[in-house]
Design a protein around this ligand. Structure first.
Ligand code: SF4
Length: 187
């Protein structure tokens, strides 16, 4: 089950010039000082929903209505529930192979990439208030909330430096790393 808080659309959170749907999943154990979503640290801020066809249809229909196949999984920290998040991505991908995913997590890449696979992008790292700045996105770059945070593509390529994502590199994903270590979509 996943404690779903809300779903909306975003132009800021997908690492390219595209927009995305963004799903907020409540619950996070990182307790970063200055967290911008303190309410979503508590799993009870979401409604507990089974990851089954009804939820998948709802999320997929929302994406279609908003003319996107990009889904950001944010929170909270979605990787508080890695098995359910994996199941959700797998079911959405089965429904439409064009679905793509970007996970926002407070875990570092080593830990996060051991928990889930099949995402297209993953933003890793806790929020560090002392070095934080406003996040933003323009045609060429995306500024993450704190410089320690990193954006990776699905093959494990780091797309950021000092918390700034080069969107020209991000626009050329090399594929997704599968559990067995091979890469899908690579020519
Ligand atoms: S990982 Fe995100 S949601 Fe969790 S405490 Fe840190 S800033 Fe808040």
């Amino acid at each position: 089950m996943l404690p779903i808080s809300s779903i909306s659309t975003s132009f800021l959170d997908w690492p390219s010039d595209e927009h995305a749907a963004i799903l907020f999943i409540a619950g996070c154990g990182h307790h970063c000082r200055g967290c911008q979503s303190p309410v979503l640290q508590d799993p009870s801020a979401g409604r507990m929903l089974e990851v089954e066809e009804g939820l998948v249809d709802f999320i997929y229909d929302y994406c279609v209505r908003n003319r996107t196949r990009n889904l950001v999984l944010s929170g909270g920290d979605p990787l508080s529930y890695p098995e359910d998040v994996q199941r959700l991505m797998d079911m959405l991908k089965d429904k439409d192979p064009d679905m793509r995913f970007c996970i926002y997590t407070g875990f570092d890449y080593e830990a996060a990439s051991a928990m889930v696979h099949g995402y297209d992008f993953i933003k890793c790292g806790r929020y560090v208030m002392e070095s934080a700045r406003p996040s933003s996105k323009d045609d060429d770059r995306m500024v993450l909330a704190s410089p320690n945070q990193r954006m990776y593509d699905g093959s494990g390529r780091c797309l950021s430096r000092d918390g700034v994502v080069d969107l020209r590199r991000a626009a050329r994903p090399t594929g997704s790393l599968k559990r067995n270590g091979s890469i899908t979509g690579e020519s």
